[in-house]
Design a protein around this ligand. Structure first.
Ligand SMILES: Nc1ncnc2c1ncn2[C@@H]1O[C@H](COP(=O)(O)OP(=O)(O)OP(=O)(O)O)[C@@H](O)[C@H]1O
Ligand SMILES: [Mg+2]
Length: 270
């Protein structure tokens, strides 16, 4: 079975790419430690290509990317970049806007192109697929959100701020519409992850926290992704995971606890 984890909030800069990186690279490390042959795939769906920049050591390695799969009919396996034993990346490179434009020219089934081109490839090759979204919904992101109804999970990263909460509420409305029109009958917010969490919480953060708890209740993961400079440092140094950057990283314990909690809940809900 392949779990598909959509990491999405319509608020920009909230921590989607960092959370995607943390989840994908940590799960891959756990699989490696268990000497498993199962693999994690991270898909970069953002035109900013942040996660591709962080995971690809040598940009020349990117011969094909997501846009080639749609526009030129390139086979998905040709676009995959291997990052480590248990981790692959489907990179974003070139102009993702052109994919959205291309999709809009299709008369029949424009929403289902991602499903048609990628669903069976993902299910044949990966145990978990983590998709890093841009902060806006468009035809390409809609395509990705409906790639599969099975083992479909949505995690929304939220900072303890009103605007971040507003983004999560917007996501809820967008996913409601996807269900309403039967594009993906199983999609909805499954988990809310508090990110960039700081021990010294401002009043604004405390009020936002109680609003977020009131709205999302048991969907909120118990563990948070705390603020730690090790996370951006590991990402920009193109490390394969946090421990590859620093074996004694102070972020290791809370990252492990968060990822294990999420993984257990995903398995219970699949
Ligand atoms: N847990 C964390 N600790 C420290 N810094 C963090 C953490 N999470 C995110 N950041 C920083 O916050 C900024 C925004 O994070 P990120 O790029 O992951 O957000 P995003 O939601 O993907 O943004 P966009 O909407 O532009 O795609 C970055 O500078 C990142 O390094
Ligand atoms: Mg991002």
């Amino acid at each position: 079975m392949t779990d598909i984890l959509h990491v999405y909030n319509s608020k920009g800069g909230v921590g989607k790419s960092s959370l995607s990186w943390v989840i994908g690279t940590t799960l891959a490390k756990h699989l490696e430690a268990a000497e498993s042959s199962e693999k994690v795939l991270i898909i970069d769906l953002d035109i900013q290509k942040n996660i591709s920049t962080c995971l690809v050591k040598n940009p020349d390695e990117i011969e094909y990317s997501l846009s080639d799969i749609f526009i030129n009919g390139t086979a998905p396996e040709k676009a995959i970049v291997n990052v480590s034993d248990n981790l692959d990346l489907l990179p974003s490179e070139g102009d993702l806007d052109s994919v959205t434009n291309y999709l809009s020219t299709i008369t029949m089934g424009r929403e289902f192109q991602f499903k048609e081109k990628l669903e069976s490839f993902l299910k044949e090759n990966y145990r978990i697929v983590v998709i890093d979204y841009p902060p806006n919904i468009n035809l390409l992101t809609l395509n990705a959100l409906i790639v599969s109804e099975e083992a479909c999970h949505v995690v929304v990263p939220v900072e303890l701020s009103f605007l971040s909460l507003a983004g999560a509420v917007q996501v809820e409305e967008q996913l409601n519409k996807i269900r309403k029109y039967n594009l993906n009958r199983n999609i909805g917010i499954d988990y809310v992850c508090i990110v960039k969490d700081n021990i010294s919480r401002s009043n604004h953060a405390k009020i936002s926290q109680s609003e977020i708890e009131g709205r999302f209740q048991e969907k909120i993961l118990k563990n948070t992704l705390k603020q730690s400079i090790d996370i951006p440092n590991a990402m920009v140094s193109k490390s394969t995971n946090l421990w590859d950057y620093d074996p004694d990283t102070k972020a290791g314990d809370f990252v492990n606890e968060l990822v294990v909690e999420l993984w257990q809940k995903m398995n219970a809900n699949s």
